[in-house]
Ligand binder design. Structure first.
Ligand code: ACO
Length: 331
C-alpha cells in the first residue's frame, strides 16, 4: 500500500444465506459419509443451499443491499460494484452487472473478479485502490458463490465441504479512522492449478453432448494437497499483512480466516501462538462458501459485537488458483 494515497475504510457490511439447510444427516442419506466423519475432519455441521431459481446474482444483490443499508449509502451513489465469484450467473455479462440492475446503481462501473475463495479480499483491494486514487467514492464489494451448482453430489470427497451464500462490504474514503484498511497483501501460484479446479465447461474443454456425462463441469480437489498449502500460505499471508500494518499478532483482537476447515484454522492459531478465542469461526453453520466465506464472517463478527470500535482485525483467505490474500482493518 502507498501511504500518500487517501485512506480507505469499510463503512458497512452485509450478508445473505439461502433458507434451505442441508445437514450432515441429510448428506448421510446421499453419499457414504457420517456426521462424525464430517464433524471430526472439518468442523462443519450444516450448510445452506440456494433454490433452483436462485442465481449467484440473487444472493449477491441481497447481501449488497444489506451492506448498503448498514453503511447508509444509496445504490444510486455507487460508482463501483465488484462481485467476486467462480459461479457467475452466465459467462457474461458479469454478475456485477446483474447486481447493478437489481440494485438500481446506474453510475457504477461493474465487473467480476475470479480468484475462488480469495476473491472477496482481491475485490476489496481493487476497490481500495480505486478509492485511494480518487477514481471512486462509494464501492460495493460482494463475495458470492452458488457452489452447489458446480458440486458433484455423488463425490463424498467434496460435496460435504461446501455451501452457498454471499457477503458484502461498502468501501469509502476513511473519515475518522473507523474501519480503515491498514494493510493488504495478496499472491497467486498458477503452477498449482491442478489441485483444485473445475476442468470443463470453459474454452479449454467446452461441454459437449459426448462429455456431459463425465461431470467435467464439477469441482475436482486433491484434499490433502490443498490442506497442506492452505496452512502454509494462510500462515505466511497472515504474518505479512500484520507486519505491513506495523503490528504483531498480539495486537489483533479478531482473526477472520477463510472458513474452509476448522482443523486448518486451529493449526494456524497454534502456530501463531494465538488462542482460538480470538479466531472467528462460523463454518459449522455454512460450510465453505468460497468467495462469500470471509465476507459473511466479517458481517457476523460485526453484528454480533465480536469486533468493537478500535479493534484490529485480520482477514486471510486462500483458494483455487492457487490464490491467497490478507488484510488488516482497524474497526
Ligand atoms: N465421508 C467419509 N469418508 C470420507 C469422506 C466423507 N465425506 N471424504 C473422504 N473420505 C475418506 C477418504 O476416501 C479416505 O479413505 P481411505 O483412507 O480409505 O482412502 C479417508 O476418508 C481419508 O481421506 P483424506 O482425504 O485423507 O482425509 P483428510 O483428513 O485429508 O480430510 C478433507 C479431507 C476434509 C477434504 C481435508 O483434506 C481438507 O479439508 N482439505 C482442504 C480442503 C479445502 O479447504 N478446500 C477448499 C479450498 S478453497 C477453494 O478455493 C474452493
Amino acid at each position: 500500500m502507498t501511504s500518500s494515497l487517501r485512506p480507505v475504510a469499510v463503512t458497512g457490511t452485509g450478508k445473505y444465506v439461502p433458507e434451505k439447510v442441508l445437514t450432515n444427516a441429510d448428506l448421510q442419506r446421499m453419499v457414504e459419509t457420517s456426521d462424525e466423519w464430517i464433524t471430526e475432519r472439518t468442523g462443519i455441521k450444516e450448510r445452506r443451499i440456494a433454490g433452483e431459481n436462485e442465481a449467484t446474482s440473487d444472493l449477491a444483490t441481497k447481501a449488497g443491499r444489506d451492506a448498503l443499508d448498514n453503511a447508509g449509502v444509496k445504490a444510486e451513489d455507487l460508482d463501483l460494484i465488484i462481485v467476486a465469484t467462480v459461479t457467475p450467473d452466465m459467462a457474461f455479462p458479469a454478475t456485477a452487472c446483474f447486481v447493478q440492475k437489481a440494485l438500481g446503481a446506474p453510475k457504477a462501473t461493474c465487473f467480476d473478479v475470479s480468484a475462488a475463495c480469495s476473491g472477496f479480499l482481491y475485490g476489496m483491494e481493487i476497490a481500495r485502490q480505486f478509492i485511494a486514487t480518487g477514481a471512486a467514492q462509494n464501492a460495493l464489494v460482494i463475495g458470492a458463490d452458488k457452489l452447489s451448482a458446480i458440486i458433484d453430489w455423488t463425490d463424498r470427497n467434496t460435496c460435504v465441504l461446501f455451501g452457498d451464500g454471499a457477503g458484502a462490504a461498502v468501501l469509502q474514503p476513511a473519515k475518522d479512522g473507523r474501519g480503515e484498511i491498514l494493510s493488504s497483501h495478496s499472491g497467486s501460484n498458477g503452477n498449482l492449478d491442478e489441485i483444485l479446479n473445475v476442468p470443463g465447461g470453459g474454452s479449454r474443454l467446452p461441454l459437449t453432448a459426448e462429455n456431459i456425462g463425465s461431470k467435467i463441469n464439477t469441482m475436482k480437489m486433491s484434499g490433502r494437497e490443498v490442506y497442506r498449502h492452505a496452512v502454509t500460505t494462510m500462515m505466511a499471508a497472515t504474518k505479512e499483512a500484520i507486519a505491513l500494518a506495523g503490528l504483531t499478532p498480539d495486537d489483533i483482537e479478531c482473526f477472520i480466516p477463510h472458513q474452509a476447515n476448522l482443523r486448518i484454522i486451529e493449526t494456524i492459531a497454534d502456530k501463531l501462538h494465538v488462542p482460538m478465542e480470538r479466531f472467528f469461526v462460523n463454518l459449522q453453520s455454512y460450510g465453505n462458501t468460497s468467495a462469500a466465506a470471509v465476507a459473511i464472517a466479517l458481517d457476523e463478527a460485526q453484528r454480533t459485537g465480536r469486533i468493537k470500535s478500535g479493534d484490529h482485525l485480520l482477514m486471510v483467505v486462500f483458494g483455487g488458483g492457487l490464490t491467497w490474500a490478507s488484510s488488516v482493518v482497524r474497526w
